[in-house]
Ligand binder design. Structure first.
Ligand code: FES
Ligand code: FE2
Length: 395
């Protein structure tokens, strides 16, 4: 039975090793990962590292002021070259295992005890490159080109519909605020991002957000597979202390257009990354798959330097409010994860309020056509059925 455009992805796709292997190859490794912020790369040798679907990468600032990305894997015997989320290499990228060292542009510079090796051409053993893009101060990287080029491939092309309004926040001038946090959650990455992508659950699932936003919450999706959700902070004081205080102290930055001074705007870069713009800061929401049915949620924060007391108070209060939202979401997605496997469920249907969620599911069906099948094909056949469906669709 075919799963139609009005129906959500079938439950079987949310915890399935064979399906996850297809997702990894056909979608996830070709998607952008947020390495960090340009302000953390000041001097040559400064780096940011990233991990995505089992691959390790690093982005490093060269002597020539250029950013370059590489697999964070030594060409000698595959040890990681750097092991922290950010840092600085002094004269070279030196592998901690046997001491091979690489220039900041990836060239193999020196081999420890070189005479013990057969004569090798060092030019053949440079670090393998990955793609890097800087967009509005944020540094993105990806491990392979995407298979789906329908909507442009760069972050700038993808976010083009929102570039002007995102630029107003002056994110290029921002600096990191702390190292962020992450946690592992026993749900599929799609379940976590599904929940993020729709505000339909706000009135019942998040009473606090509902008190803050009233009925102002809107969602829209763009053909470049990005979406935006916006909630406007109400003037009517909330009965909850954190929310009421936030309403009182939240800054109204004059550099933002009036409609954004009291708004929480969530911008999603499908499939698994979002940047949340607040009057007082920008935060990330990164759903990093750890395998079928398991995800690492990573969140980081950036702000304009020299934030005043009011802005800092607002940062603390929005953190408190969002921690509660996060606890609520974790309970919602845990219950959904269990239900997705139930004989009592096959697939759901979309509301008009779930336009961004629909976009996400269409992206997955395009990348992995076997996701159109309401019933799972027999064990061991998924890759073959998917290849046949790809072939039939192309014919
Ligand atoms: S694995 Fe890097 S030097 Fe041996
Ligand atoms: Fe939620």
């Amino acid at each position: 039975m075919r799963n139609s455009r009005d129906e959500t992805l079938p439950g079987w796709t949310y915890d399935d090793a064979e399906f996850h292997a297809l997702e990894r190859e056909h979608l996830l490794l070709g998607s952008w990962v947020l390495a960090g912020h340009r302000s953390d790369l000041k001097a040559p040798g400064d780096f940011l590292s990233l991990e995505h679907c089992g691959e390790r990468g690093l982005v490093i600032l060269g002597e020539d002021g250029k950013l370059r990305g590489f697999f964070n894997t030594c060409r000698h015997r595959a040890h990681a070259l750097v092991s922290t989320e950010s840092g600085s290499c002094r004269h070279a990228i030196r592998c901690p295992y046997h001491g091979w060292s690489y220039a900041f542009d990836g060239r193999l510079k020196a081999i420890a005890a070189e005479k013990s090796f057969p004569a090798i051409d060092k030019a053949e053993f440079g670090l393998k490159a990955i793609e890097v893009e800087e967009f509005l101060g944020f540094v993105f990287a990806r491990f392979k080109p995407p298979l789906d080029r329908r909507c442009g491939t760069s972050v700038a092309e993808r976010f083009a519909p929102y570039r002007t309004e995102m630029e107003a926040y002056r994110t290029t001038e921002m600096v990191s605020r702390g190292t962020g946090w992450h946690c592992e959650i026993a749900v599929d990455w799609k379940n976590l991002i599904d929940n993020y992508l729709e505000g339909y659950h706000v009135p019942t699932g998040h009473p606090g957000l509902q008190r803050m936003f009233g009925n102002s919450y809107t969602a829209e999706a763009q053909p470049t597979d990005v979406s935006r959700q916006v909630g406007i902070i109400r003037d009517k004081p909330s009965e909850n202390w954190s929310e009421r205080m936030y309403q009182r102290v939240a800054p109204t930055p004059q550099h933002l257009p009036e409609a954004r001074r009291r708004a929480w705007c969530y911008y999603t870069l499908l499939p698994n990354l979002a940047l949340d713009f607040y009057p007082e800061q920008v935060t990330s929401f990164e759903a990093l798959p750890l395998g079928p049915g398991k995800v690492r949620l990573r969140a980081r924060r950036w702000m304009l330097p020299a934030a005043d007391r009011r802005t800092r108070a607002a940062q603390y209060l929005s953190y408190r409010i969002n921690s509660q939202v996060q606890r609520e979401d974790e309970m919602l997605v845990a219950s959904v994860q269990q239900g997705l496997k139930s004989r009592g469920y096959s697939f759901g249907i979309f509301s008009e309020k779930e336009v961004a969620l629909r976009q996400m599911h269409e992206m997955i069906r395009r990348a992995i056509p076997v996701a159109r099948l309401a019933e799972r094909p027999a064990q061991g056949t998924l890759a073959a059925v998917n290849a046949q469906m790809n072939h039939d669709l192309a014919a």
